[in-house]
Ligand binder design. Sequence first.
Ligand SMILES: *Cc1c(COP(=O)(O)O)cnc(C)c1O
Length: 495
Amino acid sequence: MYYVSTRDKQARFAAAEAIVQGLAPDGGLLTPETFPLLPPDALEQLGEMTYQERAVFVMGRYLDGFTKDELAEFARRAYGLEKFDVPAVAPVHTVDESTHCLELWHGPTCAFKDMALQMLPHLLTASLEKTGERKTACILVATSGDTGKGALEGFRDVAQTRILVFYPKDGVSAMQELQMRTQEGENVGVCAVEGNFDDAQTGVKRLFSDVALRETLNARGYFLSSANSINWGRVLPQIVYYISAYCDLVKAGKCRAGEPVHVCVPTGNFGNILAAYYAKRMGLPIGKLICASNSNNVLTDFLKTGVYDRNRAFYNTLSPSMDILISSNLERLLFSLTGEDDAAVRGYMEKLAENGTYTVDNAIQEKLREHFAAGFCDDQETKRVIARVWKEKGYLIDPHTAVAFDVLAQYRIETGDTTQALVVSTASPFKFCDSVLSALGVTAFSAGTDILDQLTAETGVPAPAPLAALKGKPLRFQQCVGRDHMADEVLGMLR
Ligand SMILES: *Cc1c(COP(=O)(O)O)cnc(C)c1O
């Protein structure tokens, strides 16, 4: 199987090349030319497998040039008990008879980014070897909070890599910032950027297109690479857990094999829900893909009207990992829904770059409505949902997950549809202690990491070990730069 750019499908790349490059040379996203269908008996077979084996089965279909043994070794190292605190890796928690929660935060940084970022370094280092690349990959990351820590933890002390993370000074939670600023490892760097996530992301995109910077780094033995969710090596491991969760629901007798299940995904950059869409394309019986947004509801409007318009107010919300106005991975969905029409995608992306807006044609709008539903939830409602789910179900959820619970509830009220649904839970509530405590009615918060104990005292739920371990860790990083000084930071780190 080959990979092509969403903006020009003439040039084809092998899987290893696509993973090393991250972004296509023309700025498009590298995407599989075709999607493999699950064989008829696959779900039955997968039902009997461990999560690691499921990952090998699914990923192997996309990664020509990687052996089964290689992938098995990656899965063992990425998803073992040294990294994840449950053997199921991505367990499904049943909340009520038709609502199930896919918990994707049992990894080392307590957010769903671990599902992909524990795998990506293995895929990348193997790909460097397969493509004969001798230079050191410098991974540049713009993060809305969780990607940064996930990438730092995934790439720390990985040979032939350096990693530099930029996060928005005013756009991550205290716990997220602490997680990043205390990061260990010899090949890591962390730097705050003045502004919001879009400032940080735009800044990193500019670094990638900075020819002079690339030349200097090249001479020093480095090349730039990405761990943002535009890298195919990020999207692919995410397809696995949708298939895995469906198998678990069947095994637990919650649905019959073949029966559709809706998935509701708290969405920012559109990577997670895109993986669900790809799982559906592979033949997984997913009903509606329900896209849940916070007050930055650019995707709600797009999925309902076909008009993407980023010209709007930006809000810092209680679910910061979804505070995004440009959802990069949407480009891959457009490529798919236009029937791989690269010229059309290029046109939309040019309009987005020039005017911040584009409108898709009627045929695409119809397909959007066929596959997707969408809604959004503001901060006040987010808090109400956290309180309600805790009180009624005894289940503690974080603000991102709460957005998804609310949007699913809205969808059910609007449609009367009671189909089984999988709500994707993307972070541990302990990453957002102040928001969660405040939702539960607490008004005075303990300082620093003591707030973890406070949430435990309030609920009886223990804090995940990796967060508890932050107590007393020294701060290693304090830089904060303006958007125009990010290149200096890169050059400073890569001497
Ligand atoms: C990254 C993230 C999201 C958004 O996921 P996308 O793939 O960018 O849509 C949602 N919730 C949490 C906790 C995240 O870290």
